[in-house]
Design a protein around this ligand. Structure first.
Ligand code: AMP
Length: 460
């Protein structure tokens, strides 16, 4: 089987050059399916979630079409509109446009709520080629006549199901009602409930339907482990795990903001650079934290479930569930932060006595039993009475350190595919994971969100 290149799909040279600089060698399945039809001007219904490469699937054809057709920009107008449910996602899309379009001379800007509108109004004054926006603030600016979409002939609704979940449906409909009927429309959604089907029927015209289902694949590619530990000893266990440099880029999840702050403070005390994000932090603080994490200045990001939604940072080596989520679906979302776009990843879940039922729910949902990592080599053999049973139940599958491996002390130098506990517990040790040939695999092992290379260069 010969694999197609971006050029084979009809992507123009300046864009291919930008992609090559980002290390994109082959289009992902959704890119393969979507790009040719979009370049032909078709509408599209995409069933896909983040991590599949869907941003480039819609961004590349849009950039190319706009660069080709140099229609004038109207004051306060935009030639293309991309709607996203959250500011984090909107910012990420805008950043991707910058990276993919770096050899084109197109303007783009991003509009979202929770910050002053002044800069956004200014950015729109002369019109832009592409505006990326969250619906609420965009409608607000439209009502104030700072933005008008009468000439906007390309529309993307990204993560439409989340947009509806968040109650944006009326805003979205009002925004679209001001756009020309003659336009190209794209709708992406991770799920396809009735409400999305009817929205799609309303706004799309004879769409091409493309579907990729990475969920199962993604979760399958993640090594998942549970570490039974007394609640009081979680801190100590975390510190021990983080002694291992293989835990290079780590997201730690907690259930509460309070716990997120505590964990982050403790890490700072231990000299591990970390950032915390949760709902109590201002938008600015959250963005700064995310930026520090992306750039690698902070090795660890501590997050609550809600704050972490929409975060897409490449190259996350480990997800640590410091506290198990009480909803098993959140577990899947959490661990999906690692193993993006074809990479493999490791998820380590701490489970104390009070969290046993959460673990059961998770195992029921994912239809797999998490592998138990023996914590004794890490924090000593002081199993709390609460763990007599779970440890016993699963003793048969506990992974003890192998012969010749240290039981305690400093982590050993070892390769990527070794166990999560740095050769102590040995879970996952020696497990050979194949590259299944998905595009981006080689790059993903190193891990970079589009633009991170450029950012590093600029920083230097
Ligand atoms: P998305 O689903 O758009 O959020 O993309 C997920 C991640 O995959 C992003 O970090 C992209 O940088 C990366 N990516 C997208 N397309 C490719 C590709 N063809 N090759 C390698 N990486 C890609």
């Amino acid at each position: 089987m010969t694999s197609k290149t971006f050029a084979d799909l009809g992507v123009a040279e300046p864009i291919c050059r930008a992609l090559a600089a980002e290390g994109y060698e082959t289009p992902t399945p959704i890119q393969m399916q979507a790009i040719p039809s979009l370049l032909q001007g078709r509408d599209l219904l995409g069933l896909a979630q983040t991590g599949t490469g869907k941003t480039a699937a819609f961004a590349l054809p849009i950039l190319q079409k706009l660069a080709h057709d140099q229609t004038k920009r109207m004051p306060r107008g935009a030639r293309a509109l991309i709607l996203a449910p959250t500011r984090e996602l909107a910012i990420q899309i805008d950043e991707s446009l910058r990276v993919y379009g770096r050899h084109l001379h197109l303007s783009h800007t991003v509009i979202f709520g929770g910050v002053s509108q002044v800069r956004q109004v200014k950015a729109m004054a002369n019109g832009v080629d592409i505006v990326v926006a969250t619906p609420g603030r965009l409608l607000d600016l439209m009502n104030q006549r700072h933005v008008k979409l009468a000439d906007t002939k390309i529309l993307v609704l990204d993560e439409a199901d989340r947009m509806l979940d968040m109650g944006f449906v009326n805003d979205v409909k009002k925004i679209i009602a001001t756009m020309p009927r003659e336009r190209q429309s794209l709708l992406f959604s991770a799920t396809m409930p009735k409400s999305i089907e009817s929205l799609a029927a309303e706004i799309l015209r004879q769409p091409v339907r493309v579907e990729v289902t990475p969920e199962v694949v993604t979760v399958d590619r993640i090594e998942q482990h549970v570490l039974f530990v007394d609640q009081k000893r979680k801190r100590e266990l975390l510190s021990k795990l983080l002694e291992n440099p293989d835990l290079a880029r780590v997201i730690i999840f907690t259930r509460t903001k309070h716990c997120a702050n505590r964990v982050s403070e403790q890490l700072d005390k231990n000299g591990v650079p970390s950032e915390a994000i949760h709902g109590n932090k201002s938008q600015g603080a959250r963005q700064r934290a995310l930026e520090q994490f992306r750039s690698g200045e902070a090795r660890v990001l501590v997050a609550t479930d809600i704050a972490a939604r929409g975060i897409d940072v490449d190259g996350i080596t480990h997800v640590i569930n410091y506290e198990l989520p009480n909803e098993p679906e959140s577990y899947v979302h959490r661990i999906g932060r690692t193993a993006r776009a074809g990479a493999t990843g490791i998820a380590l879940s701490f489970c104390d006595a009070s969290e046993r039922s959460y673990l059961k729910d998770i195992e029921r949902l994912t239809r797999r039993q998490l592998k138990v990592v023996d914590t004794r080599p890490l924090i000593g053999d002081v199993a709390s009475p609460a763990f007599a049973e779970p440890q016993g139940e699963r003793r048969h599958q506990q992974q003890r350190p192998k012969q010749g491996q240290p039981r305690q002390g400093k982590p050993q130098a070892h390769g990527k595919r070794q166990g999560p506990s740095g050769g102590h517990g040995g879970a996952g040790h020696g497990e050979q994971r194949k590259n299944d040939g998905r595009p981006g695999e080689a790059r993903k092992q190193g891990g970079n969100r589009p633009g991170s290379r450029a950012r590093k260069r600029n920083a230097g």
